[in-house]
Design a protein around this ligand. Structure first.
Ligand code: ZN
Length: 90
């Protein structure tokens, strides 16, 4: 098998897309996701989609003082992380 760790990288990236977009990742994790997303169409697309979502939510936040429900992020995160967002230890 030519590329050990590649699938791991992809799964890890998918799990941390929302953290990445929200700026919650540590610099090292950010770089890892950055590098992976550059060569992975799926994750690149995921980042763009997540950004659009964040923008939309922040946009709502600005309109008439409406608070965007934080549960949106929780839901996205759960969907992406399989329910265990704290499994990022190395
Ligand atoms: Zn990927």
């Amino acid at each position: 098998m030519g590329m050990p760790g590649r699938v791991d990288d992809h799964q890890w990236s998918q799990q941390h897309l929302s953290h990445y977009v929200e700026g919650e990742l540590r610099p090292r994790a950010r770089r890892r996701l950055d590098r992976h997303a550059r060569e992975c169409v799926d994750c690149g697309r995921g980042i763009r989609a997540m950004r659009a979502l964040v923008h939309a939510v922040q946009g709502l936040d600005g309109i008439a003082g409406v608070r965007a429900p934080a549960t949106i992020f929780d839901r996205v995160r759960l969907a992406g992380a399989g329910g265990s967002p704290s499994s990022q230890n190395t």
